[in-house]
Design a binder for this molecule. Structure first.
Ligand code: SAH
Ligand code: SF4
Length: 432
């Protein structure tokens, strides 16, 4: 009987796509996709360590996997990704969970089918944390479960070393994929009917392959014939150029949406974070984008409770968030990541203060989001229908606003009139 693998993904969209690529690598090896862990011969945990929460969940879930393994001794268990790329964490995990057969990091995901076969052939334990900073050539094969939107890597790694962040240590140096390969992959996906292409990289604005920088890449990709839109994650405010903003405003195939993580509204904290921009240069970019696209969708990541953050620093963040008027905000409590400079900075903020600040910030954003949603009532948007919710269609606008509506066909664009708004959510109906 055909063997099957279940992959549990933690963390960001980049990890979701890594798992899609792993499913494809297993499929090429004759291993199918199990719908749930109980049905699987192989269980893979694709981990994240950017914040503490994801790590805690991995440990919790390993407890459940252990129970499965007690019932089925031939079950193969692998843990991979950012968390286990850290040698001390990998070692601790092996001691604590000796039933895990394979531990690898972020570099060898494509080799998991081969490692799995070695375990089937009698090896008891494999730990491979070797770093091979190569960028593959050719089309990335991925088993995409979503049939409307597709992720495409354009680069890997990060060289920015924000002082709170573990990513550069676990994902290695920044490296860009070949631009012809990316274009071929995007053409293929559009040809297959995908309507939303999301380009992925830790700092997409520093993409470079020969003469092709990010704006040139976007220009090439958004010139492909077809009915689709392109989004990208993540832009670093220090590198987002006016040329990119201008191109977004000119091209119908580029979604009118930018995720631009501010992290903090205090210049002192931004400098301690090594972000290399200040609030006024950030605001200039926002103002420029809005001058060309008044309705552009903006979202951001904010960290509260970075070491030494005072009430005044926090209030500067709150003010900045109110001033920008984001459609969507991802708020995080600063999480001490061992090995990063911020982890050993003096002035760590106590947990209660961090929790109190994040809940105030969430309240501020909720008010903004509700006001912005209310202002959409009566307008008609072009919406990409990408799912259902409570028997109704669910979709997104070019500005990344979510709308629940009557009518519409999954995987297709539809015009939707917004009839009401509740909190940040929009409700409407398809119109012609
Ligand atoms: N490369 C992207 C995203 C990296 S991780 C960028 O620079 O924007 C996604 C988000 O997680 C970050 O934007 C940041 O807000 C948050 N984050 C990263 N490290 C963190 C830490 N140690 N504690 C809390 N939040 C963190
Ligand atoms: Fe982390 Fe900064 Fe790189 Fe983003 S840009 S991945 S926050 S180091």
């Amino acid at each position: 009987m055909m063997k099957s693998v279940y992959i549990k993904t933690y963390g960001c969209q980049m990890n979701v796509h890594e798992s899609e690529k792993m499913y494809a690598a297993f499929a090429a090896d004759g291993v199918g996709h199990a719908e749930k862990p109980d049905d699987a011969d192989i269980i893979v945990l694709n981990t994240c360590c950017v914040r503490e929460g994801a790590e805690t969940r991995v440990i919790g879930n390993l407890g459940l996997v252990k129970k499965l393994k007690e019932r089925r001794h031939d079950l193969i268990v692998a843990v991979c990704g950012c968390m286990t790329q850290q040698p001390d964490v990998a070692e601790k995990l092996h001691k604590r969970c000796p039933f895990v057969n394979i531990i690898t990091g972020t570099y060898k995901l494509g080799k998991l089918p081969e490692m799995t076969r070695r375990i089937e052939n009698g090896e008891k334990y494999i730990c491979d944390l070797e770093k091979t900073e190569t960028t593959e050539r050719g089309i990335n094969k991925a088993e995409r479960t979503d049939k409307t939107g597709a992720f495409v890597n354009i680069m890997y790694g990060c060289d920015n070393y924000c002082t709170y962040c573990i990513v550069p240590y676990v994902k290695g140096k920044e490296r860009s994929r070949n631009s012809d390969d990316i274009e071929t992959e995007v053409r293929m996906l559009i040809g297959c009917g995908y309507k939303e292409i999301t380009l992925l990289g830790q700092n997409v604005n520093s993409y470079r392959d020969g003469n092709t920088d990010f704006v040139r890449l976007l220009d090439r990709l958004s010139s492909v014939d077809g009915d689709y839109w392109i989004k990208f994650l993540t832009s670093h405010p220090k590198d987002l150029s006016d040329d990119v903003i201008r191109l977004i405003s000119e091209r119908p195939t580029l979604a009118k949406y930018i995720h631009l993580p501010l992290q903090s509204g205090s210049d002192r904290i931004l400098s301690l974070m090594n972000r290399k921009y200040d609030l006024s240069s950030y605001m200039r970019k926002i103002d420029f984008a809005r001058s060309l696209m008044p309705d552009i969708g903006l979202s951001s990541d904010i960290i509260v409770g970075f070491p030494t953050e005072t009430e005044e620093d926090y209030l500067l963040t709150e003010n900045a968030v109110e001033r920008v008027q984001y459609n969507n905000l991802f708020t995080f409590i600063y999480s001490r990541r061992s090995g990063t400079p911020a982890a050993s900075m003096p002035g760590q903020v106590d947990e209660n203060t961090k929790k109190e600040r994040i809940s105030r910030l969430i309240d501020v954003q909720a008010k903004t989001a509700a006001a912005k949603a209310a202002a959409c009532v009566g307008r008609t948007y072009r919406v990409l229908c990408d799912g259902t919710e409570n028997g109704k269609s669910k979709g997104k606008t070019s500005e990344d606003r979510v709308i629940i509506f009557d009518g519409g066909t999954p995987g297709e664009f539809t015009n939707v009139k917004v009839l009401s708004a509740k909190n940040s959510k929009l409700y409407g109906k398809a119109v012609n």
